[in-house]
Design a protein around this ligand. Structure first.
Ligand code: NDP
Length: 483
């Protein structure tokens, strides 16, 4: 199986290679097969990419917004027409089951391009009456933006960043995770086919040092990172050094609270989605599942039965529900957490092992009787490991849910509508779901509080993060000067 791109980088509308850059492989994690070989960007390649973005940005920004939007909407149509091919590419790169990538990855990317394509022409400023004089505001693009992606949703991440950036007149240089380098290149080619001028969207490959070089470049106005909290701290500090705008979409250890009056079948389904989708490699996962003690036994029975019935295997088989972890390193990390959970005395209900000997498969794992201080209840595992904790009292569970450095997401299951709203109002999380989990439509702003991040992607909120306001004072009378 090969998914070799024409070259490692896409700069100024041209496939670009520089073999002097360190070689790295894209590996299909289900088998360990190398599907593509690439080179990391050298400093010269990074320089070319930023030059290209600088050269292209002003003309792009000067185009009528409706025209910019049309390019993005055309790209959305192309993505939808090629959904199957792009989904296979995403599956090869990440190991996520085709069952998921067919509906969740390129499809979500296309939604972002369509949404921001439509949004572009609706952006307006304000007029401000000032008596005799007046003022008005203009929404301007920031300039050259850098996007840096994680490996769990490569296509979605690049589209969630590129779509608003480009819609509002910015240019972008994007660096994917070196584990999943392929779909950003596919997007670059599609945007070109849709009519995007050369240089407006560029992709360079590499590790953290390439991302760091991009963020340091004084010509870069903004950085948007999706990644872990430790990387977020470094990138946010580097952005601060250059007084640049920053959006940080970081990790989480989100609570999912299931009250005694919840529809248990729905709650079980949501808890599984919140822990096992993408083999648990989702930042907003509800990995601390607080279950009211009165329904705990019934909840665990249903959950164990449904978890034991999931189909794990070849992610290219559409019947497969859970695929491998993205890498051996990630698998080792997740298995380490499982051992730690056992050692700390959490009760293993099912799973708990590597599956087979080929590929990076970890069984969906369910721990019950987890307590707040256990490592598996405090640290982001980023794998298919669910921790079920008990609670009795509403105020107490809210306090426990908030007792974490993270604040990305949270979920509440209850049939009591007053309680649902009362509880989410008190949860320290950027994104909350009531009787649902992990749905992230492009219309809804997404992002975290506390260590989980700064800024928002998607929805109208994205406008604030990819534009700046210019205020213009218009003097309509004589200048009153004391001199
Ligand atoms: P990392 O933080 O390791 O990496 C994220 C990206 O940053 C990668 O492209 C990485 O390059 C790059 N990078 C690393 N160091 C630097 C640096 N000093 N300067 C600039 N760029 C750098 O995250 P993972 O890829 O391991 O992704 C998993 C993490 O992402 C999880 O913690 C998860 O919670 C979080 N995440 C958050 C989401 C959100 O929206 N809140 C969504 C998805 C994931 P490379 O790795 O190629 O060396």
């Amino acid at each position: 199986m090969r998914a070799q791109p024409k070259a490692s980088h896409f700069i100024a509308g041209t496939w670009t290679e520089d073999q002097a850059g360190a070689r790295f492989d894209s590996v299909f994690p289900a088998t360990g097969e190398v599907v593509a070989q690439l080179h990391a960007a050298t400093p010269e390649v990074v320089e070319r990419a930023v030059n290209a973005a600088v050269a292209a940005q002003k003309d792009w920004a000067a185009r009528p917004p409706v025209e910019r939007g049309r390019v993005l909407r055309r790209a959305a149509d192309i993505i939808r027409a090629r959904n199957h091919e792009l989904s296979v590419l995403e599956t090869l790169d990440t190991g996520k089951p085709l069952q998921e990538t067919l509906v969740a990855d390129a499809a979500s990317g296309a939604d972002a391009l369509e949404y921001f394509g439509g949004f572009a022409a609706t952006v307006t400023g304000q007029t401000i009456a000032l008596g005799q004089d007046m003022a008005y505001t203009l929404r301007e693009p920031l300039g050259v933006c850098v996007g840096i992606g994680a490996w769990n949703y490569p296509m979605q991440i690049v589209c969630w960043k590129a779509a608003p950036a480009l819609a509002f007149g910015n240019a972008m240089v994007f660096k994917p995770s070196e584990l999943t380098p392929l779909s950003a290149l596919a997007l670059a080619e599609i945007l070109q086919e849709a009519g995007l001028p050369d240089g407006v969207f560029n992709v360079v490959q590499g590790m953290g040092d390439v991302g760091a070089a991009l963020v340091r470049d004084p010509r870069v106005a903004k950085v948007s990172l999706t990644g872990s909290v430790p990387t977020g701290r470094k990138v946010y500090a580097a952005a601060a050094e250059g007084i640049k705008s920053a959006t940080m979409e970081l990790g989480g250890k989100s609570p999912l609270i299931i009250f005694e009056d919840a529809d248990l079948d729905n709650a079980v389904g949501a808890a599984m989605l919140a822990n096992f989708y993408s083999a648990g490699q989702i930042c907003s996962n509800g990995t601390r599942v607080f279950v009211h003690h009165r329904v705990k036994a019934a909840f665990l029975d249903k959950l164990a039965a449904r978890t034991e019935a999931v189909t794990m295997g070849d992610p290219l088989d559409e019947a497969t529900q859970i695929g491998p972890m993205v890498s051996e390193r990630q698998m080792a990390q997740v298995l380490g957490y499982i051992e730690q959970g056992k050692a700390e005395g959490a009760r293993m209900v099912c799973g708990g092992k590597r599956e087979g000997t080929t590929g990076c498969f970890v069984q969906p794992t369910l721990f019950a009787d987890v307590t707040d201080q256990m490592v598996i209840a405090r640290e982001e595992i980023f794998g298919p490991v669910m921790a079920v904790l008990d609670f009795e009292d509403e105020a107490d569970v809210i306090a426990r849910a908030n007792d974490t450095e993270y604040g990305l997401a949270a979920g509440v299951f209850t049939r009591d509508i007053s309680r649902a709203h009362r509880v989410v109002a008190q949860l320290e999380a950027g994104t909350c779901w009531i009787n649902a989990y992990n749905l992230t439509p492009v219309e809804m702003p997404f992002g975290g509080v506390k260590a989980s991040g700064v800024g928002r992607e998607n929805g109208h909120a994205a406008l604030e993060h990819y534009t700046r306001i210019k205020s213009v004072y218009l003097g309509l009378g004589d200048v009153e000067s004391p001199y």
